[in-house]
Design a protein around this ligand. Structure first.
Ligand code: AVJ
Length: 325
């Protein structure tokens, strides 16, 4: 698909019926340890709940990354001379504006390339941004950045590929390196990867961030079951599962699970599947890896990337890194 309105172009890599959720649910719920990947959290309700998570006092990553960007956007743009900003999992542009402002002020801003699975999010932000930044061209890619990096347009000026929020932490270590290698292939010598990573810290702070007192993260977690019910004809009882989030000190990641409160059989009509849960059986819904400088550098190096700058907040809660080939 291609739409053109002013300086907006959207290309789609998503087929009319991707069946990705169906595959992931069938595969994940028939494993010896049940698991559904975190990308399926984000339907309209899940995205709304995530917007609420980032406002919880315990959830420090989002606002901390913002503080770092506020302090460093100008330097990032000065170091790169970036004319293009590619943003993976762009969502509703908020932090993006800090980078676009700095590019405009430096006189280099030319093109914004948001990459997202939601067409309405892409169109909405494109329309808003071409108005807010006169002369800006927007080239949106509707797709899954794990599979569709080949849809990125050919770079024209120096480019920043931004992957913010710490979402890289959702990949297990092997897939993470594979994904970074794929990103590295998209970078020419003058291009840079701007990567947000949450840092290893006091486990109590980490666990609080994923167990907010208001219960928003718990609702976000359970919403995965509502997605399966709606999209695949499942009959999950959301109240029969409790939210579990803990820090795995060995792996240095947060793990989120849903725990069955009683033995039960759940049917998923469209998959012709009956799933048995034992009492207190858990199903994994997310890992969110936390980084040390050493781990970050090793992962980047394994992808052929060199760390150029590491920017953190005063309490070293979160890091933004700039790296290149
Ligand atoms: C959007 C993947 C960065 O891992 O902290 C927030 C998602 N999950 N609370 C994270 C999330 C539970 C978030 N990321």
């Amino acid at each position: 698909m291609r739409t053109a309105a002013g300086d907006i172009e959207i290309v789609s890599k998503l087929g009319p019926d991707e069946r990705l959720l169906a595959f992931d649910v069938l595969d994940g719920l028939t494993r010896p340890f049940k698991e559904v990947p975190p990308k399926h959290f984000y339907d309209a309700e899940g995205s709304r709940l995530f917007e609420q998570i980032i406002e919880q006092p315990e959830y420090y990553p989002y606002r901390t990354e913002r503080v770092i960007l506020e302090a460093c956007a100008e330097e990032i743009v000065a170091r790169t001379g970036a004319a293009e900003l590619v943003e993976l999992g762009s969502g509703v542009p908020t932090k993006t504006l800090l980078l676009l402002d700095a590019m405009r002020d430096a006189g280099t801003l030319d093109r914004y390339v948001p990459f997202d699975v939601s067409e309405s999010v892409l169109l909405g932000s494109a329309e808003r941004l071409v108005e807010q930044y006169p002369g800006l061209r927007v080239y949106g890619v509707l797709g899954d950045f794990e599979r569709h990096l080949d849809a990125l347009p050919v770079a024209e000026g120096p480019r920043i590929i931004a992957f913010l929020g710490g979402t890289i932490g959702n990949f297990p270590p092997g897939s993470r390196r594979k994904f970074l290698r794929g990103l590295a292939r998209e970078l020419r010598p003058q291009d840079r990867l701007l990567l947000g990573t949450d840092l290893v810290k006091d486990p109590a702070l980490l666990e609080a961030a994923y167990n907010d007192a208001a219960g928003v993260t718990a609702a976000f977690n359970r919403n995965m079951l509502a997605v399966i019910n709606r999209e695949l004809g499942g009959d999950f009882d959301l109240d029969a599962f409790e939210h579990v989030a803990f820090y795995d000190r060995e792996q240095e990641w947060i793990e989120m699970r849903l725990r069955a409160l009683e033995p039960m059989v759940v049917n998923v009509r469209e998959l012709d599947l009956a799933v048995h849960f034992a009492n207190r059986e858990e199903m994994r819904t997310e890992i969110s890896a936390k980084f040390t400088r050493e781990r970050l550098q090793a992962d980047l190096a394994a992808a052929g990337l060199r760390l150029h700058a590491l920017m953190t907040d005063d309490d070293s809660l979160f890091a933004l890194s700039l790296s290149g080939p």
